[in-house]
Write a protein that binds this ligand. Structure first.
Ligand SMILES: Nc1ncnc2c1ncn2[C@@H]1O[C@H](COP(=O)(O)OP(=O)(O)OP(=O)(O)O)[C@@H](O)[C@H]1O
Length: 281
């Protein structure tokens, strides 16, 4: 569905952010793109959807270069920026002007999402609070039912109940024909929501793997004392060492995204080397 091939990009008069980057994303997945502040997540997503043009290499969706901004490609994807712009209009006027670009837009679903987010439908959009504006745009993005949906930091600015609602609504909107990409630097926000993780660090994709494939090869758990010998990565805590371990017996464990992220961006390459050996990366 999405393919970045040997992609290089840097802003004018700045060092290159990516050089020869490759990434392939398929339908039927909700990807979490994780990276530190300033690692280039937004820039990567903008290259993906054609809002920035690669200096070398290609970004394609369904085989077409997104930088060409062809209408038939644009109607199949939706990019929601971190701080979406809303016009000084009512929802009705906004929908009239924008939903026509998306042939699969579903008005009933949209109304249901707004209700779930408790966003009033009659108000002028600029009169909504920033959180309500964001939820309005999330509802619109989901209701467009595009094959590719890319959301940059979708949970930023949402209160805790809204984050819970966001998970529910997104899970209900997902189907096997869609590819959803969510970026965040707040790793915990994506817990129990994504099925695949992409980690961007140092201008490269350090990891791109389904969580079930990861947990078949590694185990997340707490260990203490003598058990620490096998650890691929660990962090000391009050209740022992929160650890990532080899998983030769294929035991099931709940992925700890924060620990995984810290392990991948740490200087220790032990976990990544292990995953390479096990064929997960
Ligand atoms: N329009 C721009 N012109 C020049 N430099 C930019 C521009 N936009 C971003 N940058 C720089 O590119 C780098 C990557 O920025 P980007 O916004 O892609 O990172 P990010 O991972 O999304 O960060 P965050 O998690 O803080 O949102 C940063 O060093 C940033 O200062």
């Amino acid at each position: 569905m999405v393919r970045l091939t040997d992609l290089s990009f840097g802003y004018r008069n700045q060092p290159s952010l990516f050089s020869g980057l490759n990434l392939s994303l398929g339908v039927g997945h909700i990807y979490g793109l994780l990276g530190k502040n300033g690692s280039g997540k937004t820039t990567l997503l903008k290259n993906m959807v054609g809002l920035r043009s690669p200096q070398a290499g290609r970004a394609t969706v369904a085989g077409e270069d997104t930088a060409k901004r062809r209408p038939n490609v644009l109607s199949r994807m939706f990019f929601l920026p971190e701080e979406p712009y809303v016009p000084d209009q009512t929802a009705k006027v906004f929908l009239g002007m924008n939903s026509t670009f998306y042939p699969q837009f579903d008005r009933t679903l949209f109304g249901g999402y707004l209700e779930a987010f408790e966003v009033p439908e009659q108000r002028v959009l600029t009169k909504l609070s920033l959180g309500q504006q964001k939820k309005f745009m999330v509802a619109f993005a989901l209701a467009c039912r595009t094959k590719l949906l890319v959301m940059d930091e979708p949970t930023n600015g949402l209160d805790i109940p809204s984050k819970v609602q966001f998970r529910k609504v997104l899970a209900s909107a997902f189907d096997e024909d869609r590819c959803i990409v969510l970026s965040t630097h707040q790793v915990r926000d994506l817990d129990n929501l994504i099925d695949s993780v992409i980690i961007l660090h140092g201008g490269a994709i350090k990891l791109n793997a389904p969580l079930d494939q990861l947990t078949s090869q590694i185990r997340f758990g707490n260990v203490s004392g003598a058990d620490t010998a096998d650890i691929l990565y660990g962090e000391q805590a009050i209740d022992g060492t929160h650890a990532i371990l080899p998983n030769p017996e294929g035991a099931s464990s709940k992925p700890n995204l924060e620990l995984l992220f810290n392990a991948v961006v740490s200087d220790s390459g032990i976990l990544l080397d292990y995953l390479t050996t096990e064929g997960v990366r």
